[in-house]
Design a binder for this molecule. Structure first.
Ligand code: AMP
Length: 195
């Protein structure tokens, strides 16, 4: 079966989180992408949910492209055995490259770095710099507080109500590919405007 996208960026924690369910979801997502023939684009680290996702994708015979700034390569213990490892000069280039190479974005639980990446890709979509799907993978309700924050911002008049539709929420890894099939990247988004 033809996958709904050919590459997918996964933003997620460089930690494993407090509960095994987070790691299990990362492994299931990596395996799902590998089995579907969808290239995983991610931050290139070997630790936390990042490493678990990449390892599982590779283990399922998938392709994984890691993108890591040189200074973080040692800190995050750059993953070995990736299909491709791209080193960048800084964080900005890393995030831009990750976005350019991806047909869509999935956000697993994560910390401040994950939030930064998520807000950036949301704001780029808000500014119509791209029209690629953004999915929050709401494992064990992890993103509920994030969604409540955005709803509060909309209620207080700082976020336009339609901007709450810049992303979709899915509760389980099995829902990711069907959600992407239902909302594929816009066909005219052949070249996002940041390139
Ligand atoms: P975290 O969610 O904080 O565990 O980080 C997940 C990923 O985001 C890792 O690859 C980090 O390198 C990256 N990251 C951490 N801090 C930042 C930041 N301030 N801006 C952008 N990315 C970050």
């Amino acid at each position: 079966m033809q996958p709904p996208v050919s590459s997918l960026c996964v933003y997620c924690g460089s930690s494993m989180g407090a509960r095994p369910i987070y790691r299990e979801a990362a492994v299931a997502l990596g395996r799902t992408l590998g089995e579907a023939g969808i290239t995983l684009i991610y931050g290139g680290g070997s630790i936390g949910l990042m490493g678990a996702t990449a390892q599982a994708c590779l283990g399922a015979g998938g392709r994984v492209t890691g993108i890591i700034p040189t200074f973080l390569d040692e800190l995050e213990v750059g993953m070995t055995g990736l299909t491709e490892l791209i080193r960048t000069e800084n964080m900005h280039q890393r995030k831009q490259r990750m976005a350019e190479l991806s047909d869509g974005f999935v956000v697993l639980p994560g910390g401040l770095g994950t939030l930064d990446e998520t807000f950036e890709i949301l704001t780029w979509r808000q500014l119509q710099l791209h029209q690629k799907p953004i999915l929050l993978l709401n494992i064990a309700g992890y993103w509920d507080h994030f969604v409540h924050l955005l709803e509060h911002q909309a209620a207080e008049g700082f976020v336009k109500p339609q901007h709450l539709e810049l992303f979709q929420i899915v509760d389980a890894v099995d829902d990711v590919l069907p959600a992407l099939a239902a909302n594929p990247p816009a066909s005219d988004d052949v070249r996002s405007k940041w390139t």
